[in-house]
Design a protein around this ligand. Structure first.
Ligand SMILES: Cc1cc2nc3c(=O)[nH]c(=O)nc-3n(C[C@H](O)[C@H](O)[C@H](O)COP(=O)(O)O)c2cc1C
Length: 374
């Protein structure tokens, strides 16, 4: 079927201007946001992910893989992938090869859930680890199909923190060995790194708690270790200072965000990926007086924004220099050819929240079966 574009061919769409992100030549600005899909049985990426990621690959497009566990204590949900052992590294290879064969640039999001977990996902049924021993209240899933119950966490001892930093380092090394172009450190959404950074959670009295500098120390140690291992040009980070997922609010998110980006400049990492203040809770867009522009201005590398963007909004963000790149989540779930559709200003498939995570006897329903434009 041929499609007659709505877009005026004489008007340059800012989302389709080429962009050099460090050493990577991108041909457009539409990024696949990291999206947990819970189809990696027993924490091992599966063959069906080859098709899923390949469908979402475009020549010169950036893809960020779903959150991927750095160690056997990192998981908090069923069937999320890991990258801490050989079997997982091998399983990622055909997925990455296929993305590369189709011209994509592929980063792996490195994840530790911390207290957003349950002892059933932990080795020997132990308690999840965190900055704190404060428990989390149960939380509804973002597709509203189930409720997550969390086991009260165990506060990490100061002398244990270097081991977790090292797990991030080894996972980054594994990601590069598997063939990823780089890694995105998951410093967002109430997971382990935010459990240290946000003052509503961190109640430590050691050098990892109290002042802003102390609360950010662990995250910056992870950044430094990963940069030393694989090189700053391969390291990005995702941050959500304004979000409040999993009871992760902060009393001064702007100060936190600015401190982080300014300090990150010292490490020369390739990108900072920030979640819009309007995404204060999972999947819900609200009005917010806050803006990421001060952080965008203060950060020296590539700035990626995410959260509630549509085509026009993304075009405006790039045109007004509020972002270099725009990451899309839910629209990319239901539109594997999202960049093509945005280029042509074509209609979009609607997403089905019920199948964000498997909710059907066939786990592939809602995964790699959304139709292409042509
Ligand atoms: C099903 C689903 C899974 C997600 N998984 C992740 C994830 O693994 N890592 C992450 O940082 N954000 C995750 N997010 C958040 C998205 O990356 C994105 O920031 C969010 O959906 C807002 O962007 P959107 O309005 O374009 O969907 C997820 C969101 C959804 C809906």
């Amino acid at each position: 079927m041929s499609y007659i574009p709505n877009s005026d061919p004489d008007v340059v769409n800012p989302l389709f201007s080429p962009y050099k992100m460090g050493n990577f030549n991108l041909s457009h600005r539409v990024v696949l946001a990291p999206l947990t899909r819970q189809r990696s049985f027993k924490n091992v990426p599966q063959q069906h992910a080859v098709l899923y990621y390949t469908q979402r690959t475009s020549e010169g497009g950036l893809l960020i893989a779903e959150a991927t566990g750095i160690s056997d204590t990192a998981q908090g949900y069923p069937d999320t992938p890991g990258i801490w052992n050989k079997e997982q590294v091998e399983a990622w290879k055909p997925i990455i090869d296929s993305v590369h064969a189709n011209g994509g640039v592929f980063f792996c999001q490195l994840w530790h859930t911390g207290r957003v977990s349950n002892s059933s996902y932990q080795p020997n049924g132990q308690a999840p680890i965190s900055s704190t021993d404060k428990p989390l209240r149960p939380l509804g899933s973002s597709n509203n199909t189930n409720v997550y119950e969390f086991t009260p966490p165990r506060r990490l001892r100061t002398d244990e923190i270097p081991h977790i930093v090292n797990d991030f380092r080894l996972a980054a090394r594994n990601a590069i060995q598997a063939g990823f172009d780089g890694v995105e450190i998951h410093g967002a959404h109430g997971y382990l790194l935010e459990q240290f950074m946000k003052d509503s959670i961190n109640d430590r009295t050691d050098e990892y708690g109290g002042s802003l500098e102390n609360r950010c120390r662990f995250t910056l140690e992870v950044v430094e270790a990963v940069v030393n291992e694989i090189g700053a040009e391969r390291v990005g980070i995702r941050l959500s200072p304004f979000a409040n997922y999993a009871e992760s609010g902060d009393s001064n998110p702007k100060e936190l965000g600015l401190y982080l980006v300014k300090t990150l400049n010292k490490y020369g990492i390739v990108y900072c990926h920030m979640v819009e203040p309007r995404m204060i809770s999972v999947g819900e867009k609200v009005e917010s007086p806050e803006s990421l522009v001060p952080m965008r201005k203060a950060f020296n590398g590539t700035f990626i924004v995410a959260g509630g963007y549509d085509r026009q909004d993304g075009m405006d963000a790039v045109a007004e220099d509020r972002a270099d790149l725009v990451a899309y989540g839910r629209m990319f779930i239901s539109n594997p050819d999202l960049p093509k559709r945005f280029e042509l200003d074509a209609p979009l498939n609607k997403y089905n929240r019920q199948t964000f995570y498997p909710s059907h006897p066939d786990p592939l329903v809602g995964y790699n079966d959304y139709p292409f434009l042509y």
